[in-house]
Design a protein around this ligand. Structure first.
Ligand code: P1T
Length: 379
């Protein structure tokens, strides 16, 4: 099945009791058993739920994986992946990542005995200098939040596997429409389904996809044992969102490419961070492993003045000032005070994330209207 067919059909079957074509919202916490241990495959809704099962199967198919598990948020999905590790294990993470992921690593799991090292892996050969016998997991975000760095998945997976480490890739920005990390060797693919998968800014959810049966069984155990599961209504909403993922992503990409070109040629704009522009340092890698460049981009203004950045952030009319991304509507954000405020300023700056950086989640509105909005806001 090709992608546009999979989004609509993979894992989805007419409801066995009524024939309903849309997966019903099984809003129940438990299932009646005929006798102790004799049931229809469902015992308790934390353990499994038919609406969630359909979504998990659908997402696995989109990532070309055999197994899928959904969680109550993207961070809950990341939390489950980290709980595969044990005290003393090391995680090597790309340095530019979502601020909440950084916070979970450093403020929660470091206290529990994991060790984290943050490395710029835009040149993947550097990985070899940092891998130790204790490195059990390499964590990658590509494109990264918010600097849009691109990491060579094939190169990193090959090196990590030579050292016996698993690779987890947060594929939230690309979505399975643009990139399938498992095809390049990733052991685990992680998503904040809150973003493009849901696509309508009305749900918070996460997912982990894998081809590794052992990791799947351990994660499934954690999903039930720790209990961060999404509700059936939210699963229904994400299933519904996914049916148009390919159509939405096409427009997100087209609009973001137009806006990137507009910003590159704008006299007041200094840097534009978007993997689709040939000047992006890893544009060639993006071309190799992605089928398009996505709807996210960041930029800075000439002069690097905070007041100029704040003016743009408060003057847009269509771009709404808000955290999150990946919905049909365009958003504008200020990573330093919003999504990445939990990373100390010195660390942010050592990673190239300046306080004046502006991030856009380009929606699927008319591109001309979006560019006019930016034009009047930049002034
Ligand atoms: O918000 P949640 O569903 O828990 O997902 C966390 C998460 C994970 N990975 C990436 C790449 C993310 O961007 C996020 C959440 N990010 C935002 C809310 C944001 O505005 O960047």
């Amino acid at each position: 099945m090709k992608f546009a067919t999979k989004v609509i059909h993979a894992g989805i079957h007419p409801d066995p009791t009524t024939g309903a074509i849309m997966t019903p919202i099984y809003q129940t916490s438990t299932y009646v058993q005929e006798a102790p241990g004799r049931h229809k495959g469902y015992e308790y809704a934390r353990t499994s739920n038919p609406t969630r099962d359909a979504l998990q199967a659908n997402l696995a198919a989109l990532e070309n994986c055999r197994y899928g598990l959904c969680f109550s948020s993207g961070l809950a999905a990341t939390d489950a992946v980290l709980k595969l590790l044990s005290k003393g294990d090391e995680v090597l993470s790309t340095s530019d990542i979502y601020g909440g992921t950084y916070r979970l690593f450093v403020k929660v799991f470091e206290r529990l005995g994991l060790r984290f090292r943050f490395v710029d892996l835009q040149n993947p050969a550097r990985l070899a200098d940092y891998l130790t016998a204790k490195t059990k997991l390499v964590w990658i975000e590509t494109p990264s939040n918010p600097m849009m760095q691109i990491i060579d998945l094939e190169a990193v997976c090959t090196l990590a596997h030579q050292h016996g480490a698993y690779v987890a890739v947060d594929n939230t920005f690309a979505t399975p429409y643009l990139q399938n990390p498992a095809e390049w060797g990733a052991d685990l693919v992680v998503h904040s389904a809150t973003k493009y998968l849901g696509g309508h800014s009305d749900v918070v959810m996460g997912a982990v996809l894998t081809n590794n049966e052992e990791l799947y069984e351990r994660l499934k155990f954690l999903q039930n044992a720790c209990g961060a599961v999404p509700g059936p209504m939210d699963c229904f909403l994400v299933l519904r969102g996914i049916k148009t993922l390919h159509v939405r992503m096409q427009r997100h990409c087209e609009n973001a490419e137009k806006i990137a070109d507009f910003l590159v040629s704008h006299p007041k704009v200094e840097d534009v961070f978007y993997p689709g522009i040939p000047a992006h340092p890893n544009h060639a890698v993006a071309r190799k492993q992605m089928r398009g460049f996505g709807g996210m981009l960041s930029f800075t203004l000439k002069g690097n003045r905070m007041e100029d950045a704040l003016k743009v952030l408060s003057n847009t009319r269509l771009f709404a000032l808000a955290e999150s991304l990946g919905g049909v509507e365009s958003l504008i954000g200020h990573p330093a005070t919003m999504t990445h405020a939990s990373i100390p300023k010195e660390e942010r700056e050592s990673r190239g994330l300046r306080d004046t950086l502006i991030r856009l989640s380009v929606g699927i509105e008319d591109a001309d209207d979006l560019m006019s909005d930016l034009e009047q806001a930049i002034g």
